[in-house]
Design a protein around this ligand. Structure first.
Ligand code: BDR
Ligand code: CA
Length: 308
């Protein structure tokens, strides 16, 4: 079982990733750390705690950065709604937000655990991780690896002027550069891959047929994700690619690319840093794995009785 800390800004696709990861027998989620991204920090923190409750987990939630390192946050309200989750109802949190902030929690967990045992799963702007590396550089060598959803390599982005950047890297380019240029064991999953993992109406129907509280909530989340874009046939499942890569690396095509983060924009450009990049994936197989993971029966999902 791999110990992981998930850094997240829920966020519709973050929510699906969390509801999947928190119940996987081969992942031991030690903590969630939250950051401003899709919506402001108080909301991402509350959403993370409610999602843990829906998954029947009492995992601690540590709030992190309320804004990027050197600029104002630009939330994605148009996509994720003012509550970050498209208005989808979630149960009350079991635990309030921890008094220990994200950087303290990350540092403590990494220092208390043998080196190279904890994976960081990064679903959001990289502000918390950059602050960790800045404030406690000794921990860098203790991270087993990072799996980061972010960037656009050979495809258009979804953020900033000309849509050259991707949201997570473009929202905080300074943090992205600190993390991606640090020489860590890091696998990046950019839009090139994540846009291939899509949910359509048939997938929503399959989730509803699975009929677990988590699968039903994911169906509601994907319906909300269509929102004003009902003309589209499917929506991308960006963040679930992170736990899926951790559990099913054979279903991703990973290449080494020489890249750097462009200052100011967060776009990925040619550069000197060798980075492992997932450029492709087996979408059908991964959709099936995600569905199966959300449909796991197993032990009761406490705290879910009013969720659906
Ligand atoms: C990324 O940006 C956010 O809006 C999503 O949650 C995902 O992490 C996709 O570009
Ligand atoms: Ca996210």
């Amino acid at each position: 079982m791999t110990p992981v800390i998930i850094d997240t800004d829920p966020g519709i696709d973050d929510a699906i990733a969390l509801l999947y990861a928190l119940r996987q027998p081969d992942l031991h989620v030690l903590a969630l750390t939250t950051v401003a991204g899709n919506i402001g920090l108080p909301v991402t923190t509350d959403n993370a705690a409610r999602l843990a409750a829906l998954a029947g987990r009492t995992v601690p939630v540590h709030p992190g950065a309320a804004a990027p390192l050197a600029r104002a946050a630009e939330p994605e309200v148009a996509i994720h709604g003012s509550d970050g989750l498209g208005g989808v109802f979630l149960p009350e949190a079991r635990l309030g937000a921890s008094r220990h902030g994200a950087v303290t929690a990350l540092s403590d967990l990494l220092m208390q655990t043998p080196p190279k045992t904890i994976e960081l799963h990064c679903l959001a702007p990289l502000t918390n991780i950059a602050q960790l590396l800045q404030h406690t550089p000794d921990v860098a060598g203790r991270i087993k690896r990072l799996i980061v959803m972010g960037g656009a390599v050979a495809t258009r982005g979804n953020f900033g002027p000309g849509q050259r950047a991707e949201f997570n890297l473009g929202q905080d380019p300074d943090a992205a550069a600190i993390v991606l240029h640090a020489g860590l064991d890091l696998t990046l999953i950019p839009l090139d891959a994540t846009r291939q993992l899509r949910a359509d109406a048939a997938y929503v129907a399959a989730l509803r047929a699975a009929a677990t509280p988590r699968a039903t909530t994911c169906a509601d989340l994907i319906d909300a994700y269509f929102g004003a874009n009902e003309d589209r046939e499917s929506r991308p499942l960006h963040d679930p690619c992170v736990p899926l890569l951790a559990l099913h690396p054979d279903l991703f095509r990973v290449e080494t690319r020489l890249l750097q983060v462009e200052p100011g924009t967060g776009a990925l450009i040619d550069g000197p840093h060798p980075i492992q990049v997932a450029m492709g994936l087996d979408a059908a197989a991964l959709r099936a794995r995600l569905l199966a993971g959300l449909a796991i029966a197993g032990s009761p999902e406490a705290g879910t009785s009013t969720a659906c």
